[in-house]
Structure formats: structure tokens, C-alpha cells
Write a protein that binds this ligand. Structure first.
Ligand code: GLU
Length: 378
């Protein structure tokens, strides 16, 4: 049977606390979670990659301490989260045992997504988990975050993760099945919106409304997430998780709202790079590497003749040919000191030179944007 997920390969699924936590007993809704685990297993069997962003740690942890549902002090919330993280990760692993899948927990803070060096680390960990066919399970590390430096809601965190890992789609599973012209609780005649081509101020107005008791986000953070995702080339859906097998039923038994991406992935990433102003260094390359670059290859250290600037891994640098012409910009996989050491060397030599194995290309082609038309140096 056809599913709206058929066309996507890498899918980030955000699961809200309201779905996961049994409000009466403050425990995980394990039976429901298993149905979602089975949906994931069948998507993975179709060669898709699943990344989970799951809320619920604070809601689960506070029950252990008999803490109130709302107005926790900072340190109470952090302590509750440390208890809840274990409960939540355990629940997800049990739910995915039937699918014979390992869950790899990745707890991140705001800095991990906004500092480029740490951003690359997070991305590499997620990519490696996926390579090993494990399922990354992501949440904000609420044990150490404070009010000033946190996402606070997992809707926007999930959108940020989706752009970081170049996902094709982001699904926010929630206790509502999409965006309505007005709050359906207040007006039963409110109309469900199936597809949103553009997030206009009118759409943003429709998204006003309170968050539920258990989740931090409301419709407003979902639309904010949609803006982040769609401008990064990622389609986003809001769908209800109040049913069993919510993903298997998507499109057939369950409606949803689709926010269509406005650009494709590569264009979004490349336009970000092209407009990036803060270049931290110059990489001067030989004629062979220039040719390779202009025909779409990654930049390898072997083709580098000289390195200038004091850049960190993850910084943007300019790539220049022997005549001093700026050919491209890209995100470096090595910092300045290591770059100097490996310039002109093949990756097989890196272990001896650096004391750690090669990270792949010096600048991967996905992290490169050409500043000249191909053939310009011929
Ligand atoms: N990170 C929070 C938690 O796990 C949830 C944030 C949200 O509800 O969006 O408790």
C-alpha cells in the first residue's frame, strides 16, 4: 500500500511526551511504544533510516521523586531528567528489541548544534550509528541545560537535527493530527490543513495555542520547526500519535499536515555556504586537485600545497588555486595544525602523522560550493 513516507529515505521522527507518558501512572505507555517500534522496523526493512527525537525524561523522572507536574525548580528538573533519561532509553530499547535493533542514545545541548566543531561530532556519531543500522535516540540533555541555553522544546531541536543530518523528512508525532485554521477544541468547525506550501504570517497566526500538560511545545513551536526544516530542504509533517501504529496508518487511516520544503537539500546547504561571510582560512591546492574539484569531487589532503589561517575543524575556508583564484568554499574536517601536517599526504599516511585514523576527505563534496563555473581553470 502506498504511504506518504515512500519517497523519503532518511526520516527524523519526534515523539512528544504526551504520547509516551501515561498521565495517570506517570509511566511509559509501553504497548503503544511497541506498535511504533514495529512501524520503525518495517520502514527500516524498506531501506529507510530512522532517527528518533524523544521527549519524556522530565515527565518520567519527576514521578520517581513525587515532584509536581508543573513549575519545577531548575535543579529539580535536572534531577528528574537524569532519572527519566534511563527510564526513557530503556523503554525505547525494549520497544525495538522486537525489531532486533539497537538504540544509541545521543543527549545534546544547544552548544552541540550551534558550535560547528561539536556539530560535526554530533553528525558523525549519528551517521556512524546509522551505518551500523542502529537507531539514534536523541533528546536535549536536560540534566545540564539551563533556561538561558536550551532549546526547551523538542520540536525545534528535531528540526535542527534534521537539517544537521540532511534528513529528507521530519515527522512530529503529537496529540493533534495537524494544523487547523483555528483551535479545534475551541471551534469544532475549524478546518484541517492538508498541505502548506508556504509559511505565511496567516499560517503562523493559526498556530497560536497552549502546549499540553506534558509537553513544552505547542503548535507555535511546531510551525517554527516547520520553518527551519522547510528552508533547509526538508518536508515536515505533523501527525497524530494517539493511535497504535501511527506511521503505518499515515495517509490511509490518519490525516496529517504536510509542510512542503521550499528548496532542495543541496541548494539549501550550498546557498548557506555561498553566503557564509566568516571564512577562517585559505587552502591552496595544485592543478590536479583543482580539476577534480571542478568536476564535483571532494578535496583530498594530497592535493593541498599550502594552508593559511587559524581555523578549527568545522570552519568555513576558501579553496584557492596556484594562480590565487578562489575556486570554492567548504567546511574543513581538520583544524589548522593538523591540516598543515597532512597537506600533500595521502590518507594512508595520516595515522602515522596524526596519531589517529583519517576522517575521510579533507573537505567532503557535500560540504563544498564552487565559486567559479566548472572549466574555469582549464
Ligand atoms: N527534553 C524534554 C524532556 O525530555 C522535552 C521537551 C519537549 O517536551 O518538547 O522532558
Amino acid at each position: 500500500m502506498k504511504s506518504p513516507l515512500d519517497k523519503y529515505k532518511r526520516i527524523v521522527v519526534k515523539v512528544g511526551s504526551a504520547l509516551l507518558v501515561d498521565a495517570e501512572n506517570s509511566c511509559v505507555k509501553t504497548q503503544w511504544l511497541e506498535t511504533l517500534g514495529k512501524d520503525f522496523a518495517s520502514l527500516i526493512a524498506q531501506d529507510k533510516e530512522i532517527i528518533i527525537v524523544s521527549s519524556g525524561t522530565i515527565a518520567l523522572g519527576r514521578s520517581a521523586f513525587d515532584m509536581p507536574l508543573t513549575s519545577l525548580k531548575l535543579e529539580e528538573g535536572q534531577a528528574a531528567a537524569s532519572i527519566g533519561q534511563i527510564i526513557l532509553a530503556g523503554a525505547w530499547q525494549s520497544a525495538l528489541n522486537c525489531a532486533n535493533k539497537h538504540v544509541g542514545q545521543v543527549l545534546i545541548t544547544w552548544n552541540d548544534t550551534e558550535n560547528r566543531r561539536r556539530y560535526l561530532n554530533v553528525r558523525n556519531t549519528i551517521d556512524t550509528l546509522l551505518k551500523y543500522q542502529a537507531i539514534p535516540l536523541i533528546n536535549e540533555n536536560d540534566t545540564v541545560t539551563t533556561q538561558e541555553i536550551r532549546y526547551g522544546d523538542n520540536d525545534r531541536l528535531a528540526a535542527r537535527i534534521a537539517t544537521m543530518v540532511n534528513a529528507d523528512a521530519l515527522i512530529l508525532l503529537s496529540d493533534v493530527d495537524g494544523l487547523y485554521t483555528e483551535s479545534p477544541q475551541k471551534n469544532p468547525h475549524a478546518k484541517h490543513l492538508d498541505v502548506i506550501e508556504e509559511i505565511t504570517p496567516e499560517i503562523e497566526n493559526m498556530a497560536s495555542g497552549a502546549a499540553s500538560l506534558y509537553s513544552r511545545g505547542g503548535m507555535a513551536t511546531k510551525v517554527a520547526a516547520a520553518k527551519m526544516a522547510t528552508s533547509g530542504g526538508i518536508d515536515m509533517m505533523i501527525a497524530s500519535g494517539l493511535v497504535q501504529h501511527p506511521l503505518a496508518k499515515l495517509g490511509s487511516e490518519q490525516k496529517y499536515t504536510l509542510f512542503k520544503s521550499t528548496v532542495d537539500h543541496a541548494t539549501a546547504r550550498k546557498s548557506w555556504l555561498a553566503s557564509h561571510m566568516d571564512e577562517r582560512g585559505e587552502i591552496i591546492i595544485d592543478a590536479g586537485a583543482s580539476q577534480a574539484l571542478l568536476t564535483g569531487s571532494s578535496l583530498l589532503a594530497a592535493g593541498i600545497t599550502h594552508v593559511e589561517g587559524e581555523f578549527e575543524r568545522g570552519d568555513v575556508v576558501v579553496i584557492v588555486n596556484q594562480e590565487g583564484m578562489a575556486l570554492a568554499k567548504g567546511i574543513v574536517a581538520y583544524d589548522y595544525e593538523d591540516a598543515q601536517k597532512i597537506a600533500g599526504h595521502r590518507s594512508e599516511e595520516f595515522q602515522d602523522i596524526l596519531g589517529y585514523p583519517p576522517r575521510g576527505a579533507f573537505i567532503h563534496r557535500d560540504d563544498l560550493v564552487l565559486l567559479v563555473a566548472s572549466g574555469a581553470t582549464e
